[in-house]
Design a protein around this ligand. Structure first.
Ligand code: BDR
Ligand code: CA
Length: 315
């Protein structure tokens, strides 16, 4: 399966990147970057550094949008600082990359890839949906012909993580999310409903240290994330595998139970960023259906995730 990861390269995005490189059924044809956990230049820098660490500098990295569709300036959320650290990857110092950022804008690369690979291509956005919405605006036909979009974002039947209602990725750009939910084809939402049921423990992370330089670096990066999680939720057994789960579902949809629903995002001040069911669309038998993941086989997913990370992190 050909995959493009669209990352706001923070700590769980870094896990999704390693998962992509460790799975034999995933051909990572490019990474597009967006603001979110860190500004877009930070996301590019982190992605280039991680690819250098993981020995995959051949993967092209494209810089994308620097702020939301509304034109408002990017304002880093407090949670992004707490969970991902000042540089977005827990303060880790990564190798300097010999590769440079690709010349094409992320949205153009997404469209070119959609035209080139059609139904063989899956796009996995794990940050705000600004690049994806921009690509749909550029060429909706080509973007509708791809294999699918499996996104990490939203919270349908559980509380949000940046407000009582809203999940971080959707909350950064609700307008873009509405473009994707209402005009994207074969969209699957992997939101907090399922990602919060996955856990990466301290002992899982410690097991990477024996793998060498890459494993030690990832253990350090995850150390920051685990400490932040313990500070915010003292009873937590580990941290959630938000972004890797979205990629895993793109490769194998049977990790989750998903149902087709009409979803849209509230843009009014009171509940801005909340993913809700569009009752009117249902009544009108609209074809605007998004598959929403509501349950997850977390034991199988975590086992497969750890197996792939062992491959990616072994130098
Ligand atoms: C999502 O927000 C970001 O902090 C994470 O990388 C993940 O994509 C979780 O709400
Ligand atoms: Ca992310």
């Amino acid at each position: 399966m050909k995959v493009i990861l669209d990352l706001d390269t923070g700590i769980d995005d870094a896990l999704a990147l390693a998962l992509a490189l460790g799975r034999p059924d995933c051909e990572l044809v490019g990474v597009t970057c967006v603001y979110g956990n860190i500004d877009v230049d930070g996301a590019v820098r982190n992605t280039l550094g991680l690819l250098a660490l993981l020995g995959h500098e051949e993967v092209p990295v494209h810089r994308g949008c620097a702020g939301p569709t509304s034109g408002a300036a990017y304002e880093r959320k407090r949670g992004s600082v707490v969970f991902h650290g000042a540089n977005g990857i827990g303060g880790a110092k990564l190798p300097v990359s010999d590769a440079s950022v690709a010349r094409t804008h992320a949205a153009e690369f997404l469209v070119e890839s959609a035209r080139r690979w059609g139904s063989d291509l899956m796009i996995v956005p794990t940050g705000p949906l600004t690049n994806i919405a921009r690509a749909i605006e550029l060429d909706e036909g080509a973007m509708s012909a791809i294999g699918g979009i499996v996104l990490m974002g939203g919270a349908l039947a559980v509380p949000g993580n940046v407000s009582p209602f809203a999940e971080a990725n959707i909350s950064y750009d609700p307008e873009a999310a509405n473009v994707v939910f209402t005009r994207g084809a074969r969209v699957t939402m992997v939101g907090l409903d399922v990602t919060l049921r996955t856990t990466l423990s301290q002992s899982d992370v410690d097991s990477w240290r024996k793998l060498g330089e890459r494993g030690v670096a990832y253990a350090e990066i995850l150390g920051h994330h685990l400490n932040a999680t313990k500070m915010v939720s003292p009873g937590a057994k580990g941290c959630a595998l938000h972004d890797p789960l979205a990629l895993a579902v793109a490769l194998d949809p049977t990790y989750v139970l998903s149902v087709p629903l009409c979803v849209f995002v509230r843009t009014d001040e009171g509940q801005r960023g909340r993913t809700v069911l569009d009752q009117r669309a249902l009544e009108e038998s609209s074809e605007r259906e998004v598959r929403v993941a509501l349950d997850v086989d977390s034991a199988r997913f975590t086992k497969d995730f750890m197996g792939a990370l062992n491959v990616a992190l072994t130098a």
